[in-house]
Structure formats: structure tokens, C-alpha cells
Ligand binder design. Structure first.
Ligand SMILES: [Fe+2]
Length: 218
């Protein structure tokens, strides 16, 4: 039931959801070191994604061919505070790094909205990463704003898909200090570790935080 509650909670407060599908926004290829995943691996991950085209929360099946362990969602000149989230995905023991885990994530823009008019329903700020051999991932983006109704704290949605794991959601990334946080947000467990993350601004003015994940039984 929690999934349904979260879905309703997430989307009822969203003022503008684009209905039409458009070409997907790929994670930018800024990382020239890591190689993209082989096609056979991606085919399995896509197949393990939710296939329902009306699914409101998922996106693994649309992963682009050039997915890497790090992604950049924002464009130069975008409004908003720069944000970098990094983390490690661990297996169920919480200790062993989990490679080849596909994470799909998306969040609102600086007005607290997702898709507008001809955009994808999840808007511009969406992307995919595939954990490296050490289970690591990261993404650059802008800090999302709460929904205009301000009935939820700022958040970044995440889904998790593996080669032997169907796509499922993990508790969203939230941010320490957000006045809209409540006790329920601090009690989130799906994905383990702490999903309310602390942000610190680095020398380049980028807010940095860490969101680790522990896989759950399937
Ligand atoms: Fe949301």
C-alpha cells in the first residue's frame, strides 16, 4: 500500500504534468572515463523494468544506450542551485558493493513542477546511472523545489533495477533542513541507510550529499 500512497502523494500535488511523450532526455556523456554498458546487459535491465506505459513512477525500460555510472541532468545556464549526489549501492548485507544496478531518478524543477506541455511526465530533470564495479554512482543536477502546494518536502525519486531484480522504487532523497520534513520522512527504510541527506557546499559552490542504498530482498 505504501507504494500507492507514495504515488498519490507525489502526483496529486503536481500542477502541470505533460501528457505527450517526447524523445527521452539522456544523461549527458560528461564522463569520458567510464564506458557505457554493453547492450546485452542493458537489454536485460530494460526487460526488468516496469513495462506498463501508464506507470507513474518508473523509467528503467527507457534507459538510453549511453548510461554510465555518473550522469548530469542539468544544462549550462539552468536556474537553481547546483547539486551533486553520490553514493554506493550495497547488496542485502549492507556491506558488499552491488555493481550493475540501474538507478532511474527524477525530480521537480525550480518551480516545483515536473513535465510541462510537451515534456515527459517526469519533466526535464530525469536520468539513469548504472553502478560501477564498486557499486558507486553519482549525478549532477539542480536542487529541486517543493510542489507549489508545498505539501511535500523537496525530493528526488529513485527506482532500482538489477540483472536479477525487477524495477522497484526506493525511498526518495530528501534534504536535511527542509522545513517541510516530518517524522514519516525520517522513518523511511526502503533502500536502507539515510535518505534524508545533509548537503555541504564545496569550493565550486556545488551542494554535495551522499545517498547510499542497501538492496532489499526480492
Ligand atoms: Fe514527486
Amino acid at each position: 500500500m505504501k507504494k500507492l500512497i507514495q504515488t498519490r502523494r507525489d502526483f496529486l500535488g503536481t500542477a502541470a504534468l505533460g501528457a505527450a511523450l517526447v524523445p527521452l532526455v539522456s544523461a549527458c556523456q560528461f564522463d569520458t572515463v567510464a564506458e557505457s554498458a554493453p547492450k546485452d546487459k542493458l537489454d536485460i535491465l530494460r526487460a526488468n523494468g516496469v513495462q506498463d506505459p501508464d506507470c507513474e513512477w518508473c523509467g528503467a525500460r527507457d534507459v538510453p544506450d549511453d548510461v554510465r555510472w555518473k550522469a548530469r541532468l542539468h544544462k549550462d545556464g539552468d536556474a537553481g542551485e547546483r547539486l551533486l549526489v553520490e553514493g554506493t549501492v550495497y547488496k542485502e548485507d549492507g556491506l558488499t558493493p552491488a555493481p550493475d544496478i540501474l538507478i532511474y531518478f527524477y525530480h521537480t524543477d525550480t518551480e516545483g513542477l515536473y513535465g510541462r506541455r510537451d515534456q515527459h511526465r517526469h519533466g526535464r530533470y530525469r536520468g539513469w546511472v548504472l553502478t560501477d564495479k564498486n557499486g558507486k554512482y553519482g549525478f549532477y543536477t539542480i536542487k529541486p523545489e517543493p510542489y507549489p502546494s508545498r505539501n511535500n518536502p523537496s525530493h528526488v525519486h529513485m527506482t532500482v533495477t538489477g540483472l536479477k531484480r525487477k524495477e522497484d522504487w526506493a525511498d526518495s532523497i530528501l534534504f536535511e533542513g527542509d522545513p517541510l520534513l516530518n517524522d514519516r520522512d525520517y522513518s523511511a527504510k526502503k533502500g536502507g541507510f539515510k535518505n534524508v541527506i545533509e548537503l555541504k557546499k564545496d569550493a565550486e559552490g556545488i551542494l554535495r550529499g551522499t545517498r547510499n542504498l542497501r538492496l532489499w530482498p526480492v
